[in-house]
Design a protein around this ligand. Structure first.
Ligand code: LLP
Length: 429
């Protein structure tokens, strides 16, 4: 499916000309395709066929309510990492009984909220967390469903900031200690062992690390069976990559087939936690060229989006394709650094891009649906952008652009003493 395409030289998402989105909602603005989002989720769901499974979308990738709402409507489960994400899932109509809760630092209040909501499973990441959860569940007269998130010490072969399955990472419990920890969990009265979880990193572009991790997980399940601990599900995490540039990641179908080759004969329900592969290529960031600027060695195109709206290039040196919304008839191309107005040299969206640009032109930054809006900030006191969902020929505003008053609403001035008094009470030096 190619929901992003040119029609008569004008870039469209589904049936909508992106110029009309910019005219109506202004820029910078995130724009998503509902059809692409749906197709991406369904690709995962279908990849596991008739084998018992649940696709738990990783909310962190894009937590906007209308995105969650659409996925909930398809029957999705959700992987959350905070009480805030749980609240979003519930607000969007998601089923708490399909929620798994990952994360190394779950607070008491977050655990309580998740126990009250009746989530499907806590993916426990340390011994200390196991005991805290047991105590809390006991106080509430409940049993907490758990899986241990194990760290299989597999190199995901991805950017170090988004690799999580190595011994040196803070995530999960060491796979060699897992048996002893499961044994302890089995003795705790307010826990119920449901499964085993594992997530090794993000933007993986080959199957090998996933399959390596799976082998280690399966070896562990055998060791657990020998001590009488049987599991109902295996949660294999997220991490399947998407194409930003030249990557050729496996499709959900390839991934599903490889998993079933190992898991079809086994009795475990399979849980997956994809985020990027569901929402990444379903969204773009629409921005407008404010100025062209000639520096001694290069040309800059200064656009109205920045690292405040899309942090990935600045934080990971990530490459995202940047294409014009209107193709010029005689495209004399120049190399541009596409940069934002923020006062940081790291504030770039793309470097040395060959484009034909004029002031006022619209650009689409592609594959921005995942880890885009949700990682945006108010840095440089920039208001957060709008988000728009396209469905066929229809355009829905799903997040209003933040106003200056909203940005300032939580802050207040303090009752200062008159300046003269302040001088009088100043400490002597
Ligand atoms: N499950 C767990 C436990 C995770 O930590 C993550 C991502 C996922 C699932 C979803 O992974 P995905 O399918 O989206 O790769 N901000 C970074 C990505 C950070 C990923 C963190 N964990 C980026 O923009 O590339």
């Amino acid at each position: 499916m190619d929901t992003l395409h040119y029609l008569d030289g004008r870039l469209h998402l589904e049936g909508v000309d992106l110029r009309t989105v910019a005219a109506q909602y202004n820029t910078p603005c995130y724009v998503y395709s509902q059809a692409q989002l749906t197709a991406n989720w369904q690709a995962f769901d279908q990849a596991l066929g008739e084998h018992p499974h649940l696709i738990c979308y990783a909310v962190k990738a894009n937590s906007s309510l209308a995105i969650l709402q659409q996925l909930a409507r398809l029957g999705s489960g959700f992987d959350i990492v905070s009480g805030g994400e749980l609240a979003r899932v519930i607000r969007a109509g998601g089923d708490p009984a399909k929620v798994v809760f990952s994360g190394v630092g779950k607070r008491h209040d977050e655990m309580r909220a998740a126990l009250t909501a009746g989530i499907r499973c806590f993916n426990v990441e340390s011994s200390a967390e196991l005991y805290r959860l047991n105590a809390l569940a006991g106080e509430m007269g409940l049993k907490a469903p758990i899986a241990l998130r194990v760290n299989p010490d597999v190199d995901a072969g991805t950017h170090p900031y988004i690799s999580t399955g190595l011994k040196e990472n803070k995530f999960g419990v060491d796979i060699d200690e897992a048996v002893s920890l499961y044994r302890q969990a089995a003795t705790l009265a307010h826990l119920e062992i449901k499964g085993l979880a594992c997530h090794i990193g993000s933007q993986l572009t080959s199957l090998a690390p996933f399959l390596d991790a799976l082998q280690r997980v399966l070896t562990l399940t055998q060791a657990l069976a020998q001590i009488g601990i049987t599991l109902q599900h295996l949660d294999l995490g997220g991490g399947l990559g998407i194409r930003y540039r030249h990557e050729t990641p496996p499709t959900p179908h390839d991934y599903g087939r490889a998993l079933l080759a190992e898991l079809a004969p086994l009795p475990y329900e399979i849980l997956l936690e994809p985020g990027r592969a569901i929402v990444g290529n379903a969204g773009i960031l629409l921005t407008r060229v404010e100025y062209l600027k000639q520096a001694p060695d290069k040309q800059f195109a200064i656009v109205d989006a920045s690292m405040s709206e899309l942090l990935r290039p600045a934080l990971y040196d990530a490459w995202q394709e940047i294409i014009p919304v209107v193709e010029h008839a005689t495209p004399a191309k120049t190399l541009f650094d596409i940069v934002g107005p923020v006062c940081e040299s790291a504030d770039f969206l793309g470097k040395q891009r060959s484009l034909s640009l004029h002031e006022g032109d619209l650009l689409a930054i592609c594959s921005a649906g995942a880890y885009g809006y949700c990682m945006s900030s108010n840095y440089n006191s920039r208001t957060r952008p709008a988000e728009v969902m396209i469905s066929g020929a229809q355009t829905h505003l799903i997040t209003r652009r933040e106003t200056l008053d909203e940005m300032l609403a939580r802050e207040c001035l303090i009752d200062l003493q008159p300046i003269e008094d302040a001088h009088a009470t100043q400490p002597r030096t």
